[in-house]
Ligand binder design. Structure first.
Ligand code: NCD
Length: 341
């Protein structure tokens, strides 16, 4: 893929070479993402950040990524405070915001909306999640995390075994991650979900056609037994018609220390795109695993910054100039710690 000037809407745009390129650029961003070095490569550039759905990690990490490249961020944080609530079209919004910024990140509740917006934009648009459809930057940071975690265990993505757990019907992160894994070989997917929240057949068919093995089950304990990585997801309650419909599944697919020890293969990496639902009746990923060395969820969230820095650098064509304006941070003191768990 030729990144420069391109929109990033779907993982379908990527091939294995372009994924490797993103990962290489992401690796080179580590000193900036951990705020040990600064760069001014995007000095004067503006990110238009438009989040029409709730977000903590994605919005913050896109913003931090852009700031860490030396650029500035302007934000819209919900529908209510934007003119979309006055009936303004995506077309007009895109024409306007793309006049104010050099690149745009957008999250929106309707599938396909970011693509529609991008068609009217004069600058590159990155999809920060469009309804239950796609979340390409999350899939990239998830895959980057899996690769790093497996490397520590002298293993790799080709041939790995991954269980995806929870709301596989409505979860855009598992949709994008599954499709991204089409680029790799001989993966065993165990899809653990209630029957009503199964991974869409269209994605399952693509995985099988690509030569991967797919097992589907609604039995968490059986499904957990033989994996390198377990990827848990939240019941996407905002995508259900009624809260009571979502509540039917609350707490059905939990992982805690006891279940992990009894049912997971030793050293299984635990992932979750977050937020995890920690309310008592859901508690889908128990805090009793917080100090477990195989709990990768916070390393996974940290990786969001380097991946998003790489995407900005690539679509704006500055990936080879980042280090030219590099300098150590001035406020750094010996007492400051950069945490890697
Ligand atoms: C996910 C999302 O928004 O799709 N969160 C994220 O971006 N890390 C997952 C979720 O909300 O459950």
């Amino acid at each position: 893929m030729n990144f420069r000037g391109s929109h990033i809407i779907s993982v379908d745009q990527l091939n294995r070479v372009s994924v490797e390129k993103i990962f290489d650029v992401a690796d080179s961003m580590t000193p900036y993402a951990s705020r040990l070095q600064t760069t001014k490569v995007l000095d004067g550039a503006i990110l238009g950040s438009m989040f029409f759905e709730a977000s903590t990690r994605t919005r913050m990490s896109f913003g931090c990524a852009f700031n860490s490249l030396g650029g500035s961020v302007r934000e819209i944080v919900d529908m209510k405070t934007s003119s979309i609530s006055k009936g303004e079209s995506l077309y007009d919004t895109a024409r306007v915001i793309s006049g104010y910024s050099d690149v745009i990140v957008m999250r929106h509740p309707s599938p396909g909306s970011v693509e529609e917006f991008a068609k009217a934009s004069r600058v590159p648009v990155i999809n920060g999640g469009d309804g239950d459809n796609e979340h390409p930057s999350q899939a990239l940071l998830d895959l980057y995390t899996i690769r790093k975690e497996l490397e520590h265990k002298r293993s790799m993505i080709d041939g790995m075994r991954i269980a995806m757990v929870g709301d596989l019907k409505n979860g855009r992160t598992v949709h994008s991650l599954s499709k991204l894994l089409l680029l790799y070989k001989n993966i065993t997917f165990t899809m653990i979900s209630p029957n009503e929240l199964k991974m869409p057949n269209e994605i399952l068919d693509q995985l099988i056609l690509a030569g991967h093995k797919v097992i589907e089950t609604d039995n968490m304990k059986v499904g957990l037994s033989d994996n390198d990585t377990v990827y848990l997801t939240r019941i996407q309650e905002e995508r259900f018609e009624k809260q009571s419909d979502a509540d039917l599944y609350r707490g059905q697919f939990k992982l805690n220390q006891e279940i992990y020890t009894q049912h997971c293969a030793p050293n299984t990496v635990i992932m979750h795109p977050l937020p995890r639902d920690s309310r008592a009746n859901a508690n889908e990923l128990d805090s009793d695993l917080n100090l477990h060395p195989n709990l990768a969820i916070f390393r996974q969230a940290d990786n969001g910054v380097v991946i998003r820095m790489a995407l900005f650098a690539l679509v704006l064509g500055v990936e080879d100039s980042v280090h030219k304006t590099s300098a150590p941070v001035k406020w750094f003191t010996d007492t400051r710690t950069t945490t890697t768990t």
